[in-house]
Design a protein around this ligand. Structure first.
Ligand SMILES: NC(=O)c1ccc[n+]([C@@H]2O[C@H](COP(=O)([O-])OP(=O)(O)OC[C@H]3O[C@@H](n4cnc5c(N)ncnc54)[C@H](OP(=O)(O)O)[C@@H]3O)[C@@H](O)[C@H]2O)c1
Length: 290
């Protein structure tokens, strides 16, 4: 991995941090794209210490803000250039209706749209790599997801917001994005994964007290972040996955048959068009019309 440049979103905690640490231990140059400077700098120091690798960096990036994502991509281009592995790992689960800077429902906005824009802005760097990989951290929750195009800004959700539905929608969007990336690009592979149920702060950040309590009680039965990172690491490193694209992998690293919603090509194209319109004039080039 010594020649590889890896960018991972949300690399300051949980699954992302464990993934970043292992990839740094394997010698890769690892960039943590994170929204919180203090947490990220602490994570960088810990990863450097644990891996013995000094090539670990913090890139400020708040996925709920197009301006911040654009700035992150500009800094990346100035300081690095080629990108071998992009791990779209960051994610949020909320039980209240909240919004991104551009007014999208927070889970759709961060988990899907923010990553859609970041990937778009980094495509030229990915295309410079001999065999780039995009890894989208999704969830089996995608199977319950439906994309409600008339409600992606929470228009119909006032007073009736259902956090799990919105989360499942965003995770289905991760898989549809993966499918469409694999259809549109050769030379770059894109795969999605479920990390398992993992002992991180995920269920207790923007959730109501009952969910936080459940999350806490569940902890003894969850996988460690290191185990939760195993499929991301496998997808990033396994030579046998060269050329494998458009697939969904489970927490054991097994390739799984997709649920019907994720195989819907029309839906994937519709989501792509919607997302392209949503990011509008932010950045130029990137995705071409296919
Ligand atoms: N844990 C599970 O059981 C489980 C199961 C299935 C799928 N997943 C998926 O695994 C991924 C990682 O989650 P995790 O369990 O490791 O949870 P986590 O420890 O809460 O990590 C999530 C990461 O995403 C970052 N993030 C959230 N909002 C962001 C934003 N607006 N801009 C930039 N970064 C942002 C967080 O930053 P802060 O530290 O600043 O909040 C954190 O670094 C997520 O995509 C999640 O959907 C997790």
């Amino acid at each position: 991995m010594k020649e590889k440049v890896v960018l991972i979103t949300g690399g300051n905690s949980g699954i992302g941090k464990a993934t970043a640490c292992e990839l740094a231990s394997l010698g890769a140059c690892v960039i943590l794209a994170c929204r919180n400077k203090d947490k990220a700098e602490k994570a960088v120091a810990q990863i450097k210490d644990k891996s013995g690798n000094e090539r670990v960096f913090f890139l400020p990036c708040d996925l709920s803000s197009f301006a911040s994502i654009q700035q992150a991509a500009e800094i990346f281009h100035r300081q690095f250039g080629q990108l071998d592995i992009l791990i779209n790992n960051a994610g949020i689960f909320t039980t209240d209706l909240q919004f991104t800077e551009e007014g999208y429902e927070l889970q759709f906005g961060v988990n899907h749209l923010g990553h859609f824009l970041l990937t778009h802005l980094l495509l030229d760097s990915l295309q410079k790599a001999p065999s780039a990989r995009i890894i989208n951290v999704s969830s089996v929750a995608y199977m319950r997801g439906k994309i409600d195009f008339d409600n992606l800004k929470g228009e119909k959700s006032k007073g009736t917001f259902h956090g799990l539905k919105a989360y499942a929608q965003s995770k289905l969007a991760n898989v549809l994005f993966t499918r469409e990336l694999s259809r549109r690009f050769s030379g770059i592979t894109a795969n999605a994964l479920h990390p398992g149920v993992v002992r991180t702060g995920f269920g207790s950040k923007k959730t109501k007290w009952s969910v936080r309590l459940l999350w806490l009680l569940w902890q003894p039965f969850m996988r460690s972040p290191e185990n939760g990172a195993s499929t991301s690491i496998y997808l990033a490193t396994a030579p046998r996955l060269e050329g494998v694209t458009g697939q969904f992998f489970d927490e054991k690293g097994c390739c799984r048959r997709m649920a019907r919603g994720a195989k819907n090509e029309m839906l994937a194209k519709q989501l792509w068009r919607y997302s392209e319109e949503a990011i509008g004039g932010v950045g130029k080039g990137g995705y071409s019309d296919r």
